[in-house]
Design a protein around this ligand. Structure first.
Ligand code: NAP
Length: 458
């Protein structure tokens, strides 16, 4: 079994199965065997099963939230937010299942008709990270099932309990074995099993860029369709014409979500020189109001980091910045509470040579850089291998369009710190990956386009 520990205090929360290679193969066999019948079910039937799953989980939101707090460390208030976000995908794709439309194309031959249909790609294997233990599962499973694919999930080792609870509720809703499977155990062996098996027609992966590339390489032999939701290095730009109070609030909410352990977390905060000191002073006030503790009550708190490796990485990045001249406005070290808690930290006087500028921080650290002109900040924002999301605050319409056009990322968020919902296409460019999740674009990742020529009609 895999032991799952509470990152806030190291106590055992529960255990998940450590599946053998034979058990993983059996899950692939079941998903393959179930595919032909599942792909031929009526969209309405698939929609009703997803709807039932949505209703059963919705009725138990609080139990899911407490479990997520214990295994992941995020506060219950945030876990409830993630659950609503994640349920949104089940609801959305229960509806979208009925709208996977094809086309007819004006014929090129007088005795023929041209049909274009969309078919489920086949059995899918998906690998998910620990930072959104609920939503990462629902956004892949709901989309796959809606499209008519079967799916096997391998959740992260740190957070399998929420995943298995979702599976349990899916079974109660009537989603059968084979159609939705789950395996846990050795990630390397499972990854190889998924990628080498020609029956798995698609891999959907969310996690680090390094593992994403490895899976892409491993899949070359069986040439699979792939969705890659990988790392980020999000710029958060505040121009001097912005509503500074709203920008500060948006920044603090976006940065401290899941203690900063989010792929879309603001990683480089660029503030126009004339409003730099004002913004820094305001975020300091806002951050100081937020408690640092395990959040089993329904108020927002900053929780622990997921494990010792994560804590060490954040400490190393902050120490490197300090050693190269960064000014610590707040925090700057592990939290006095000890364990895996890192103090919310604000750093200024940074330069572009520090490790923290090019590395995904994954912790509650606000690195604030000054800039002077729009052209300069766009160039600096784009100076990264990643391209997941960029945030910018400005009230000027022309500049808003220029930012949307010129920033190299899959998502540009203007005057808000909030990105995701089921109805929008989430995903990145460059080393942040390819493919989209959510919206009608998300379901396209799980179908292929079939062209049928019907000649001889004359
Ligand atoms: P990770 O190390 O890549 O792990 C993600 C998943 O991959 C886990 O289930 C892990 O299993 C599995 N895994 C690890 N090595 C593997 C291998 N050799 N073969 C197959 N599977 C393997 O990433 P993480 O550190 O947990 O998550 C943080 C990263 O995810 C960050 O870079 C973050 O930006 C990114 N992320 C991206 C998005 C997005 O939507 N773009 C969203 C969230 C997170 P174990 O847990 O069993 O090791």
């Amino acid at each position: 079994m895999i032991d799952v520990f509470n990152p806030a205090n190291g106590t055992l929360v529960g255990r998940a199965p450590l599946h053998s290679a034979a058990q993983v193969s059996a899950a692939v066999d079941r998903a393959s065997a179930a595919f032909p019948a599942w792909s031929r079910t009526l969209a309405k039937q698939r929609s009703e099963l997803l709807r039932k799953w949505f209703e059963l989980v919705s009725a138990d939101r609080r139990a899911f939230a407490e479990l997520m707090c214990l295994e992941n460390g995020k506060c219950v208030a945030e876990a409830l937010g993630e659950i609503d976000y994640g349920l949104g995908f089940i609801e959305w794709y229960a509806e979208e299942a009925k709208r996977v439309y094809g086309d007819t194309i004006p014929t090129h031959a007088s005795d023929a008709a041209v049909l274009v249909t969309k078919e489920p790609v086949g059995p899918v294997a998906a690998i998910t990270p620990w930072n959104f233990p609920f939503m990462m599962i629902t956004r892949k499973v709901a989309t796959a099932l809606a499209a008519g694919c079967t799916i096997i999930i391998k959740p992260a080792e740190e957070t399998p309990l929420t995943a298995y609870k979702l599976l349990e509720y899916a079974r109660k809703a009537g989603i059968p074995e084979g159609v939705f499977e789950m395996v846990t155990g050795d990630p390397v062996g499972i990854g190889e099993r998924f990628t080498n098996d020609a029956r798995i027609r698609k891999i959907s992966f969310t996690g680090s860029t390094a593992v994403g590339k490895l899976l892409a390489r491993q899949s070359a032999g069986t040439l699979k369709k792939m969705t890659m939701e990988l790392g980020g290095n999000a710029p958060f730009i505040v121009f001097d014409d912005a509503d500074i109070e709203q920008a500060a609030r948006g920044l603090v909410a976006a940065k401290l979500r899941n203690s900063g352990q989010v792929c879309i977390s603001p990683n480089r905060i660029y503030v126009q020189s004339s409003v730099h000191d004002r913004l820094v002073a305001r975020i300091k006030e806002l951050v100081e109001e937020i408690p640092v503790e395990q959040g089993l009550q329904e108020r927002f708190v900053v929780g622990p980091l997921i494990n010792r490796r994560a804590l060490d990485k954040v400490a190393e990045l902050v120490d490197d910045a300090k050693a190269h001249g960064a000014k610590v406005v707040l925090g700057g070290s592990a939290h006095a509470r000890g364990g895996l808690f890192y103090a919310p930290t604000i750093l200024t006087e940074l330069n572009d040579d520090m490790q923290i500028r090019s590395t995904e921080i994954f912790g509650p650290v606000f690195p604030v850089y000054r800039f002077d002109t729009e052209d300069e900040v766009i160039a600096r924002s784009n100076d990264t291998e990643y391209g997941l999301v960029a945030y910018a605050w400005t009230r000027e319409l022309g500049r808003s369009f220029r930012l949307s056009r010129n920033i190299e990322s899959g998502m540009v968020i203007l005057n808000s710190g909030s990105v995701g919902t089921a109805s929008v296409p989430f995903g990145g460019v460059k080393q942040s990956g390819y493919g989209r999740e959510g919206s009608h674009y998300g379901i396209e990742e799980y179908v292929h386009v079939k062209y049928t020529l019907m000649a001889g009609l004359a």
